[in-house]
Design a protein around this ligand. Structure first.
Ligand SMILES: Cc1cc2nc3c(=O)[nH]c(=O)nc-3n(C[C@H](O)[C@H](O)[C@H](O)COP(=O)(O)O)c2cc1C
Length: 139
C-alpha cells in the first residue's frame, strides 16, 4: 500500500549546512534502497519533509529520522494513502535556499515567515505541487 507522510521539525541549535548536505546524501543513498521517494525543504529553521512509498517502509524510515538529534519538535502534519507518487525521480529532492522560492512560500503562508506547523493538509498538498512545478530544486 502506497502512502505519503508529511511532517515538520525544527533544526537543532548546532545545525550547519554541512549537516544538511550529509542528510541529503544519506537520504538519497538509503531511500532508493527501500523505494521511498520524497522532498525535503528547509526554511526559517524549519524542515518540511514529504515521504512516499510502502506504508511499512515509510513508517520505519520516519521512526529512524525521529531519533536524529539534528532536529527537534517533530509533528506529523498529514498521513494519507495515495494512488500514485508525486516525486517519481527523486529518492530525496531538496529546495534551493529560500530566497529563490520566496514567492511560493509566501503564497501558502498565513504570515510573512514560513510556518508549516500551521498549514492545513490541503494547503500542504497544494504547496508541494507548486514547489514541484515551479520551485528551484537543488537535486
Ligand atoms: C529532517 C531530516 C530528514 C531526514 N530524512 C532522511 C531520509 O529521508 N532518509 C534517510 O535515510 N535519512 C534521513 N535523515 C537522516 C537520518 O536521520 C540518518 O542520519 C541517516 O539515515 C543515516 O543513518 P544511518 O547512519 O543509520 O544510515 C534525515 C534527518 C533529518 C534531520
Amino acid at each position: 500500500m502506497l502512502i505519503q507522510l508529511t511532517y515538520a521539525s525544527r533544526i537543532s541549535a548546532a545545525f550547519t549546512n554541512t549537516d544538511l548536505a550529509k542528510i541529503l546524501a544519506a537520504s538519497q543513498r538509503n531511500n532508493a534502497r527501500v523505494g521511498v521517494t520524497g522532498a525535503l525543504c528547509l526554511a526559517n529553521g524549519i524542515f518540511l519533509q514529504q515521504l512516499e512509498g510502502d506504508r511499512a517502509e515509510v513508517n520505519r524510515l520516519y521512526h529512524h529520522i525521529l531519533a536524529d538529534t539534528r532536529h527537534r519538535e517533530p509533528a506529523v502534519l498529514d498521513f494519507a494513502e495515495i494512488p500514485s507518487r508525486r516525486f517519481t525521480t527523486w529518492a530525496m529532492g531538496s529546495l534551493a535556499p529560500l530566497d529563490t522560492n520566496r514567492h511560493i512560500f509566501l503564497k501558502y503562508s498565513r504570515s510573512a515567515s514560513f510556518d508549516p506547523y500551521g498549514m492545513s493538509a490541503t494547503t500542504l498538498q497544494a504547496f508541494f505541487s507548486e514547489l514541484l512545478a515551479n520551485g528551484e530544486w537543488i537535486v
